[in-house]
Ligand binder design. Structure first.
Ligand code: CTP
Ligand SMILES: C[C@](O)(CO)[C@H](O)COP(=O)(O)O
Length: 237
């Protein structure tokens, strides 16, 4: 089962407050975006990657793709003001394919088994997302006063990749662009069309690096994975 991958990386990383696009923050000596691209470069099911970047950094992204030899990056396209606009530009650049996946450039830790479970489901249903059950209680508030506690039994923390038959997600983006609807994920646009979206339980380690605190978790995850890959004598397992 093959898929095309759209990776939006055209944000500014404002909440990270690093003074640059967080995609260039180095983890173990490698830029964040390179960690994310490696996942799909190494996935045999991934047939092409469309990288969506901001205009000011196009050259920098081309350099990174060459430096790390990301052969599957077939196009680097310009994003837009919002994540949704960037994704739409990426989808328009996808070559004819059955399945299009969309994955945040800021999520470097998604693992192949989660991706493949998602792809199998999306092949069946036409639309599927990765998510994890919420672990915290969620409340609504008006100012500093709680107004409602939401039953968390049916709540999920949504991740990416999100996987869709290409015509389904392209049409949803087209409709949203015409109506001015702005969603925080691509599945919400598909839901707006009435198309059912399936959930596949993912992995809590598939975090999105958004604020500086997430870098602590990121380095801990990398340390843990290194320990799993090498034994105490430094021999690769
Ligand atoms: N106009 C935008 C905004 C976001 N993204 C991408 O969408 C992913 C998820 O967005 P987010 O984590 O919010 O990244 P930023 O928008 O860069 O962060 P911030 O909101 O803190 O500025 C990121 O890989 C980001 O680069 C994008 O391609 N185009
Ligand atoms: C798409 C997403 O990662 C799903 O949780 C999330 O909505 C992206 O939000 P952001 O504010 O654009 O990072």
């Amino acid at each position: 089962m093959e898929y095309s991958m759209v990776i939006p990386a055209a944000g500014q990383g404002k909440r990270m407050n690093a003074g640059k696009n967080k995609q260039w923050i180095e983890l173990k000596g490698k830029p964040l975006i390179a960690h994310t691209l490696s996942v799909f470069e190494e996935d045999p099911w991934c047939r092409e990657i469309i990288l969506v970047v901001n205009e000011a950094e196009q050259h920098q992204f081309h350099e990174a793709v060459d430096r790390f030899s990301f052969q599957k990056v077939t196009k680097i396209v310009r994003g837009g003001a919002e994540r949704q606009h960037s994704v739409f530009e990426g989808l328009k650049a996808v070559a004819e394919t059955d399945l299009a996946l969309i994955h945040d450039g800021a999520r470097p830790f998604v693992q192949q088994d989660s991706i493949h479970k998602l792809v199998v489901k999306a092949n069946e249903t036409g639309a599927a997302i990765l998510a994890v059950p919420l672990k915290d209680t969620v409340k609504k508030a008006k100012g500093e006063t709680v107004t409602e506690t939401i039953d968390r039994a049916s709540l999920w923390a949504v991740q990416t990749p999100q996987a869709f038959r290409l015509p389904v997600v392209l049409q949803a983006h087209q409709i949203a662009a015409e109506s001015g609807y702005l969603g925080t994920d691509d599945a919400s646009l598909v839901e707006q069309t009435g198309y059912p979206v399936s959930i596949i339980e993912g992995d809590y380690l598939n975090i999105k690096l958004t604020t500086v605190h997430d870098l602590i978790f990121a380095n801990a995850i990398l340390e843990q994975r290194e320990r799993e890959t090498y034994d105490s004598s430094g021999t690769r397992l």
